[in-house]
Design a protein around this ligand. Sequence first.
Ligand SMILES: [Zn+2]
Ligand SMILES: [Zn+2]
Length: 84
Amino acid sequence: MRVKIPIKISRELIECQCGKLATWAYLPKGDWYRCDGCVPRGCDCNMLFDEQGNLVKEWLDDDGRQLPCCEWNYYEEGFDFDEL
Ligand SMILES: [Zn+2]
Ligand SMILES: [Zn+2]
């Protein structure tokens, strides 16, 4: 009988500048990694404006916080360099 042994994956997850696990990666730059608390929030790509430039609607996350720019990618369980 053959037993399937789960492969133990050891991953070096990327940390934020504050030392917490980074869950956000800024894709265009490629070397900006931030945790949920340090990621810069609030960008006009998450806002809708009318023709006069007035804010009509802003998309927020489940906790009511502003969202990071759409160029930040979110990884719920962290990430390592291979995953980027
Ligand atoms: Zn941080
Ligand atoms: Zn943006």
